[in-house]
Design a protein around this ligand. Structure first.
Ligand code: CMC
Length: 463
């Protein structure tokens, strides 16, 4: 069922209100309980508080009923006013603004401001914001030495994750997360330095000298300059690429409580500094089921190799031996991911300018085959944002293993907005899920060892 739609312009209260009760009867005790049903903003999400179930028990000394929800399939871990998704209708909005309008008209930094502050910036707010972010693009020189310690074939997501975590040691004052000024400067620093760190990772892998930020350029132009500039005194980016990257950054900026955002919130809830919390987000994004899917889509297309092999590959996926159609399916979207629609149109525009990607035909054939196949239709599997992004990134000459880094640069805006929202939410505490223990009861220790200190080093020498 789709959520209630509303075009209401009223400022949301941010609070949950009671909208009814759930009458629960425990068959073990015959006792009945009234559980409040809470409703969020104008969009109609409803939930019951898991803690309200704790009162349900068979005896006073029992712990009480928990809710069991592996992978958070049906658990809201927070209230949030940042991003709205209606997965059935394929709707995505940041702070109420449709993603289609933002992608067409806004800039990435304007969206980053919007995500964090809840409203679009005025001209003077925007000017100051762009100035601040631009002012902090440089990184400490030791970051260069740090990145040079990685092997030439290190995965750039692994480098980025470590570099973001390392920033925590350069800015120990970022620990003061309850000081709004410290919070602000940390957010500005991280947004400013993500493109620099990402570009430095790229240059290291390529064995190229690091290019310092050029603060006369826009956010995306400066990023492209740090990635691609060689000996030219002034880098001039291809305007088609600048526009495409700006749009892709906007599309990737936030996506409510996905795996990496939940990681940032969970780690941030221990009150660690934001650099450490965001490093956790980068690590989560790296996985192939999350941001790493854009990389896997191109690897999959490479393995398929030719449009004539598409039908065989689809059969393999349906065979249930573990192969997945990467870039398809989504936990929340059960219709076409609205970002994928925009990316597909963007790919057409980019290819018009720079020539057709050789693998686009395979991708289009895969999409067509899947959208007409009962296996995918019945499971509501549609292309997600990652299906076409890789083809665009490749046409911009980014290496395949760099795609997720581009996602991370953009998602930092959402991670930081969500992190700050969590800190300001009085109901939030350290994230600490419960478990249902299914292991042994108490048993006495009886060792199975004959020696406690085997001499492994001697064995290693012998081998
Ligand atoms: N190819 C083939 N079958 C699939 C796919 C796929 N891409 N995705 C889901 N299914 C099947 C799955 O096998 C299961 O079938 P059955 O009911 O017969 O067991 C059913 O659809 C439900 O799948 P699920 O794994 O329970 O769904 P989920 O909500 O846990 O997983 C997902 C969501 C995104 C991890 C999954 O769809 C997937 O692995 N997709 C491919 C990876 C991908 O493209 N990830 C990017 C997601 S969007 C961007 C982002 O989050 O960063």
């Amino acid at each position: 069922m789709s959520k209630t739609q509303s075009t209401s312009e009223q400022t949301p209260s941010g609070e949950l209100r009671n909208t009814g009760t759930l009458e629960v009867k425990d068959s073990r005790t015959d006792k009945s309980y009234s559980i409040q049903i809470l409703q969020g903003g104008v969009e109609g999400d409803t939930a019951a508080r898991a803690m309200d179930f704790r009162q349900i028990k068979t005896s006073p000394d029992e712990f009480g009923l928990m809710t069991y929800d592996p992978a958070f399939m049906n658990t809201a871990s927070c209230k949030s006013a940042i991003t709205f998704i209606d997965g059935d209708k394929g709707i995505l909005r940041y702070r109420g603004y449709p993603i289609e309008q933002l992608a067409e008209k806004a800039t990435f930094l304007e969206v980053a401001w919007l995500l964090r502050h809840g409203e679009l910036p005025s001209q003077s707010e925007y000017d100051q914001w762009v100035h601040d972010v631009t002012f902090h693009t440089y990184v400490h020189e030791n970051i260069k030495t740090f990145l040079q310690g990685f092997r030439y074939d290190a995965h750039p997501m692994s480098m980025l994750c470590s570099a973001v975590a390392a920033l925590s040691s350069f800015y120990p004052e970022a620990k003061a997360i309850h000081d709004p000024e410290q919070r602000n400067i940390s957010i500005v620093r991280l947004l400013a330095k993500m493109p620099t760190l990402a570009a430095f990772c790229y240059r290291h892998i390529k064995g190229l000298p690091f290019i310092y930020p050029d603060n006369s350029l826009s956010y995306t132009e400066n990023f492209l300059s740090m990635v691609a500039r060689m000996s030219e005194p002034k880098y001039e980016a291809n305007p088609v690429f600048v526009k495409a990257l700006e749009i892709l950054f906007i599309l990737h900026a936030d996506h409510e409580q996905n795996c990496s955002t939940s990681a940032v919130r969970a780690v941030g809830s221990s009150q660690v500094d934001p650099f450490s919390a965001v490093a956790a987000g980068v690590a989560a994004l790296y996985g192939p089921l999350h941001g790493g899917a854009n990389e896997q889509v191109l690897r999959m297309i490479g393995e398929i190799g030719h449009p004539k092999n598409v039908a065989g590959f689809i059969d393999e996926v349906k065979g249930g031996k573990g192969a997945r159609l990467m870039g398809f399916g989504h936990r929340v979207y059960k219709s076409y991911d609205p970002r994928a629609k925009i990316v597909k149109a963007l790919a057409d525009e980019v290819f018009k300018q720079v020539g057709m990607d050789k693998d686009l035909e395979i991708a289009l054939k895969l999409e067509e085959a899947a959208l007409n196949d009962e296996y995918f239709i019945s499971r509501k599997l549609y292309p997600n944002v990652d299906f076409y992004t890789g083809l665009i990134y490749r046409s911009m000459a980014f290496p395949t293993d760099f795609f997720t880094v581009l996602f991370a640069v953009a998602r930092a805006a959402g991670w930081l907005a969500q992190w700050e929202e969590m800190l300001n939410d009085k109901e939030q505490k350290i994230a600490r899920p419960r478990q249902i223990y299914v292991g042994y009861g108490e048993r006495p220790y009886t060792s199975k060892l004959t020696t406690r200190f085997p001499s492994t080093s001697k064995d290693a020498l012998r081998k």
